[in-house]
Design a protein around this ligand. Structure first.
Ligand code: XMP
Length: 319
């Protein structure tokens, strides 16, 4: 069986041998794979690692703060923080079509990431949290000469002036093993067991137009939904739970007033691999508490739907 102690010792040895006295750049996403890769590499080479964290303005509530606190303050990893919210939001202004949104988000991400990388000095390696299933899926040549950014960002090769080799210390591991490794390296349980979150973030959950105001509303809705799921002890029974803000308004009555506000949809699914999924059967009282808190606590929302579409025919995300 898999022996973690010897995996870590071997990985550290391999990273040191490969990297020598060169510098490694690692993008942090807030997810478990990049976090584990970064902490493992940091254990091996310390300050030869520079991490970049791009805030695209499409993150969940408190996520940027969590990442900064954990990696900068706790692990003392060199971390460049790019708050690019404005660049993303202005590029997304007026765009509603899902694939157009993804393209824009991918492009602004890459531009921001490369410009941060150029500030980081002489970099020789790009570290990625590629796992074994990603390797199989993409059949990518092992550590080829020109690195590419993980496929969901839809980019080809690197620009001319950035010549990086890939460093992928997790490429032989399955997700469960990455989680176990994360725990061993002291990463908090909330991060290690986090539900998947798409690269384009809340951009594809703000159905229709993406604005700062709608994102803030959605962040509040999402936080309440996840909080109620955790309080009910159901977080780990669910593959992924998400909230979407719909481009629909509905009439409601709150207090003595008629309101005309936005509608949100909650979705939770069970799945093995995200290829197929079934909607999660919540106890009614959990949905009731979430819905009532959302309408009471989030201004701008007056109606809550629960999505009972399986995949197929629906996808997990709405866009
Ligand atoms: P769908 O919505 O296609 O999603 O059923 C399957 C899984 O993939 C995630 N997802 C994405 N992840 N970039 C990503 O990194 C994307 O553009 C993207 N779209 C969907 C989704 O959250 C689910 O876990």
């Amino acid at each position: 069986n898999w022996d973690m102690g010897s995996f870590i010792a071997n990985a550290i040895e391999e990273i040191r041998t490969k990297v020598g006295d060169k510098q490694v750049l690692c993008g942090l996403s807030g997810g478990v794979d990049s976090a584990v890769a970064a902490v493992l590499i940091h254990k091996a080479i310390g300050d030869q690692l520079v991490c970049v964290f791009v805030n695209n303005g499409l993150l969940r509530k408190g996520e940027a703060e969590m990442v900064l606190k954990l990696f900068r303050d706790n692990y003392k990893i060199r971390l460049q923080y790019a708050n690019a919210e404005e660049a993303f939001l202005s590029a997304l202004a007026g765009v509603s079509e899902p694939e157009a949104k993804r393209k824009i988000i991918g492009k602004v991400f890459i531009d921001t990431f490369y410009s941060e990388a150029r500030k980081a000095g002489e970099i020789s390696f790009l570290a990625q949290g590629t796992l074994y299933p990603d390797v199989i899926e993409s059949k990518s040549p092992s550590g080829g000469p020109s690195a590419t950014i993980k496929s969901h960002h839809n980019v080809g090769g690197l620009p001319e002036d950035l010549k990086w080799d890939l460093l992928e210390p997790l490429r032989e591991l399955f997700k469960d093993e990455v989680r176990a490794l994360g725990r061993e390296l002291g990463l908090p349980e909330v991060l290690v067991t986090r539900h998947p979150f798409p690269g384009p973030g809340l951009g594809v959950r703000c159905v229709g137009e993406v604005t700062k105001e709608r994102l803030d509303t959605l962040r509040d809705v999402d936080a309440i939904f996840i909080d109620e799921i955790r309080k009910a002890g159901l977080y780990h029974d669910i593959w992924q739970a998400l909230a979407c803000l719909l481009p629909v308004k509905s009439v409601g009555v709150q207090g003595d007033e008629r309101t005309y506000e936005e509608v949100c949809s909650l979705r939770a699914v069970t799945s093995e691999d995200a290829m197929t999924a079934d909607w999660f059967r919540f106890p009614a009282d959990v949905l009731q508490r979430a819905a009532s808190r959302i309408c009471n606590e989030v201004s701008g929302v007056n109606r809550v739907l629960y999505d009972i579409t399986s995949k197929p025919p629906g996808t997990i995300e709405w866009e």
